[in-house]
Write a protein that binds this ligand. Structure first.
Ligand code: FE
Length: 206
């Protein structure tokens, strides 16, 4: 099977947030679709090891800010390339919250959906959440960012590995998966999150 055929699927890019107890968290995802229109339902798929995913399982609510064409890599990096385990993703930001207390974006996004989980299905690496949309509003007139445009226009090209330093492995910037070995095959696909080799960064010997 040629798994790169799956890269031909088209997606949007989203800021996915939740509030559980007193804790808020958010990540970046490309897996959201409108799954039904009567009632209005959305389906999202989240990596199980992701803290936002664990929190949604408990809170049963999430907010989805649909990123627009003005989205910067800084936003993607802040929320998509780090874990709440080792960084405060919201430092210096004061985001508004929806009726469930989940933060949402009023910049770099064109619309916001407030969602309540009605069903979740564990798919192995990911959990599929099916949710009812309780509220929806637009925040800009900019066109939504497509996943293809994110790769072509927003994501920086990978930097060449530092000269003179020994590479011992490669780490997936999306999910943290570690590949042991100096050479990451160009057609490698992360077994955990399905992202390509371009989303890996080198890990150097101490
Ligand atoms: Fe990964």
């Amino acid at each position: 099977m040629d798994k790169t055929a799956l890269f031909s699927l088209s997606y949007g890019v989203f800021f996915l947030s939740t509030k559980n107890g007193e804790k808020i968290n958010a990540c970046i995802t490309n897996t959201a679709i409108q799954a039904a229109s009567s009632p209005d339902r959305i389906a999202i798929s989240c990596i199980n090891t992701n803290i936002t995913c664990m929190m949604i399982k408990m809170s049963k609510v999430f907010s989805l800010s649909i990123l627009d064409s003005t989205c910067t890599y800084d936003l993607i990096e802040r929320f998509g390339m780090h874990s709440a385990r080792d960084t405060d993703k919201f430092m210096g930001l004061n985001l508004p919250v929806d009726k469930n207390g989940a933060p949402y974006l009023t910049e770099q996004a064109c619309a916001v959906l407030t969602c309540r989980v009605v069903e979740s299905i564990d798919l192995g690496s990911h959990t599929l959440f099916i949710a009812e949309i309780d509220d929806a509003f637009k925040v800009s007139k900019n066109p939504p960012l497509t996943y293809a445009d994110y790769h072509a226009k927003v994501k920086p090209k990978p930097a060449a590995p530092a000269a003179g330093r020994k590479i011992t492995g490669w780490k997936c910037k999306i999910c943290g998966y570690y590949y042991e070995g100096e050479n990451l095959p160009a057609d490698f696909i992360c077994p955990l999150c399905g992202h390509p080799a371009s989303d890996f960064e080198p890990v150097y010997a101490e």
